[in-house]
Ligand binder design. Sequence first.
Ligand SMILES: CC(=O)[C@@H](O)[C@H](O)COP(=O)(O)O
Ligand SMILES: NCC(=O)COP(=O)(O)O
Length: 250
Amino acid sequence: MTRHVRLGVNIDHVATVRNARGGAHPDPARAAEQALAAGADGITAHLREDRRHITDADIDILSALCRRANRPLNLEMAVTDEMLAIALRHKPHAACLVPERREEVTTEGGLAVAGFEPRIQPVVKALADAGVRVSLFIEPSEEQVTAAAAVGAQVVEFHTGRYCHLSGADRAIEFKRLQAAATQAHALGLEVHAGHGLDYATAATILDIPEIVELNIGHFLIGEAVFTGLDAAIRRMRAAMDAALSVQGA
Ligand SMILES: CC(=O)[C@@H](O)[C@H](O)COP(=O)(O)O
Ligand SMILES: NCC(=O)COP(=O)(O)O
């Protein structure tokens, strides 16, 4: 049987464009509705501490929208008391704990879990106790995977930014790192997701890692939507993923 890998569509950068003018257009909720209609399995949104794209009001609307559509909302959040309170108020299907630096242009690396277990473990527990599935957005390293399992996470999402930026032999080395980390995570009982910087080509090749069950993709799809429309971009991404998976299943 052909393996299915879920596609979570991250709509953050619809809000980036909206916020450039401070108005209401384009609306991330409309993008989320269209993404679900185009075949997205769920919606991902990152409420940054500086609210540079998604806002609190967006999360209110996206929570209600996903609940109505009976599709998962994956709330990306920093490990702060403020974000924990927001997540506990909304109780999304999943919360993905990510690192954040105000000066960064985008999420530059994975969350440091190793060495910070006393800070992260209670946040994981509070979310899990509230019925929220907890994912940790980490680098594909043995140390971070071990720490993710130790703090009680159910899921790890590997940061694929390096993989996407590298090429040739360097990309092959990063792929091996991702593969080894995925094998380790799976053996420890963690569900394996991947995301950041993926496009049609890299979303297909990363699926050579058999433990991956979900990809979260945003920036590339929103960029492509400018040229082809969001619906077509998501359908093409789904087709690229399915084509890669069907080759493996053959
Ligand atoms: C954690 C992550 O990778 C996503 O949240 C995504 O990259 C969009 O947010 P930023 O571009 O603001 O990091
Ligand atoms: N967690 C990764 C994500 O949600 C999407 O990242 P990107 O495709 O916007 O780089």
